[in-house]
Write a protein that binds this ligand. Structure first.
Ligand code: HEM
Length: 542
């Protein structure tokens, strides 16, 4: 049983080597912390809840509770049980319950609302989290949401600022992505059971769909760090699908199990110092040897996410003439030799490992060709929809994080005698954030549903334009929300760390979303050109 103390017990620790304080009726021994936090001496022996919540957010308690809490006040009551009639908003359950497979249980009717979940701040979560009906989400999505949120809130979010500053995410977190079955679920295809023994605990693989994939990325993004999300899924999410969809069976069978287990890492190497969104102009060359058994690769790739950690590089190379019909995609293995990687210093996504890659006479077996020779453009294009949708999911959640942090902060910070939330100008900022978030998210849900209802080549053709437009919409929404949140947080989002840490970091991450995967300008133009072309084929009348 947890220890209990009276207020007098705590008061007796107001001086000396072992100061105690009270926060929300829990008792903390802060002696190990007082050297780096001398202000604690002022409140030693007292209830410091009010001061604590003025200067910190929940993340700090989550991070330090385990080390510093020694018990609770004897007056603290156990949390009341929820009323039987109305289900209380749920926080993540420690142990998510597996949902049965579709073969053994009839899922609830389509559109039936799920129990309310999370903090219930309006627009801070998708509406189906807050008790509103949805045609897309069922009990298996609710179970996954719980499972991922629990993991992110306990093992990731409290440490994200530390990791971002160190420009590194601990390797065991990536390994867990494999062991929890998440990497396998992020491929934009059916769940690849054959190549991995790992399964997602709360959803059977026969029920896995694109909405599970979406919500996995969404919940990871709640940690509020593009660097974290790109570290965990940035290379894999765009580098692995081409291997799975277009790689030769022997190659896939050999390397996919290690990748899905989180033991080996893969990235996508397309962009070069001189060619980005205009992929048809890529110059990294691959020459076939005279015996036709190998390609010799020479060239450079720039801004490659996860490159420094990667064992495999899904690489766009020039095997033929200029333009899009001379491109191929090769799976280059680091252990072949001749692959150089160095970390690049960038404005944002610090912990993602943005890399400059050099290939010098790298010998690659022809068996590592992904797709057909000189038809790599199709492989690259097919990949773009999945990549862009991933970017959109992250941008919408990052926008929500900016909004949610702002709503919470606006309820505690006072200026001119009023809380920020009581100033109309602040409510106006929040309203503009919310309307953009909801518009973007609802378009996203519709696109996910369309993707799920179509075969991939059809989706590439029919949805390419809309997805490009949505990508631009989402990055502009994110940029707007990061800016407005920064204005609301003021100086706290100008300095790094502390209460404004997420906002300061996300503000720096914006360009990492607005530029790669097709810049906003190219996306908007493509959205019209592609949609008009496709609808012309459908018989559009002008
Ligand atoms: C368990 C108790 C506490 C812990 C673990 C703790 C931890 C921290 C940490 C890690 C920071 C660095 C900034 C951040 O990451 O948020 C910080 C900042 C700060 N803390 Fe605490 N703290 C505690 C209690 C208190 C109390 C009781 C007070 C006030 C009497 C206080 C006042 C402050 C102030 C003024 C800052 C600087 C805020 C800023 O830069 O805006 N802390 N604290």
């Amino acid at each position: 049983m947890a220890k209990t103390f009276s207020k007098e017990d705590v008061a007796s620790h107001s001086k000396g080597d072992s100061p105690w304080i009270i926060i929300d009726e829990d008792v903390y021994d802060v002696s190990k912390f007082q050297d780096e936090h001398p202000v604690l001496q002022r409140v030693a022996g007292k209830d410091a809840s009010k001061q604590f919540w003025k200067y910190h957010n929940e993340g700090i308690l989550k991070k330090y509770k385990g080390q510093l809490q020694i018990g609770s006040l004897d007056t603290k009551k156990a949390a009341p049980a929820p009323p039987a009639s109305a289900p209380a908003p749920k926080k993540a359950d420690p142990e998510p319950k597996p949902t049965a497979s579709s073969s053994s249980v009839t899922p609830p009717a389509i559109g039936a609302p799920q129990d309310p979940y999370g903090d219930l701040i309006p627009f801070a979560d998708p509406s189906w989290y807050q008790g509103y009906a949805s045609p897309y989400f069922n009990d298996s999505h609710a179970a996954l949401r719980d499972e991922v949120r629990q993991w992110v809130e306990s093992e990731i979010e409290p440490y994200v600022t530390e990791w971002d500053e160190a420009k590194e995410v601990p390797a065991h977190i990536y390994k867990q992505m494999g062991e929890r079955g998440y990497l396998a679920g992020l491929l934009g295809t059916h769940y690849p059971e054959k190549h991995t023994p790992y399964r997602v605990k709360s959803v059977s693989s026969d029920r896995w769909d694109l909405f599970h994939e979406m919500l996995l990325t969404d919940e990871l993004s709640r940690a509020g760090s593009g660097g974290l999300v790109w570290n965990l899924i940035g290379g894999f999410g765009i580098g692995c699908p081409p291997l799975v969809k277009f790689g030769k069976k022997a190659l896939v069978d050999r390397i996919l199990p290690g990748i899905l287990a989180g033991e080996k890492r893969i990235c996508l190497a397309i962009t070069e110092p001189d060619a980005g969104s205009d992929v048809a102009n890529l110059g990294c060359e691959a020459k076939l040897t005279e015996d036709g058994k190998h390609y010799i690769v020479n060239g450079e790739k720039k801004w490659i996410t996860n490159g420094i950690y990667s064992d495999y590089f899904t690489t766009a190379v020039r095997t033929g003439k200029d333009g899009m019909n001379g491109l191929s995609v090769l799976l280059i293995e680091r252990e072949a030799g001749g692959v150089g990687t160095r970390r690049m210093d960038c404005q944002g996504v610090w912990s993602s490992g943005t890399t400059y890659v050099t290939f010098e006479d790298v010998k690659v077996p022809v068996e590592n060709l992904i797709g057909k020779a000189n038809q790599g453009f199709k492989v690259i294009m097919t990949n773009f929809n999945h990549e862009r949708i991933g970017i959109v999911i992250q941008c919408v959640r990052f926008s929500r994080v900016c909004y949610e942090e702002s709503v919470k902060f606006a309820h505690k910070r006072k200026t001119f005698g009023k809380r920020l939330i009581d100033h109309p100008v602040i409510r106006m900022k929040l309203a503009h954030m919310a309307r953009q978030i909801e518009a973007t998210y609802n378009w996203l849900e519709n696109i996910i549903f369309q993707c799920q209802s179509m075969e991939e080549t059809e989706a590439m053709l029919k949805l390419g334009g809309a997805i490009a437009g949505l990508k631009a919409q989402s990055t502009q929404c994110f940029e707007f929300c990061a800016r407005e949140a920064s204005q609301i947080f003021g100086g706290l989002s100008y300095s790094r760390g502390g209460q404004g840490a997420k906002i300061e970091r996300l503000y720096r991450d914006v360009r990492a979303y607005a530029i790669p995967g097709g810049s906003e300008e190219i996306m908007l133009d493509l959205s019209m050109r592609q949609s008009l072309r496709v609808h012309g084929m459908f018989g559009m009348k002008l």
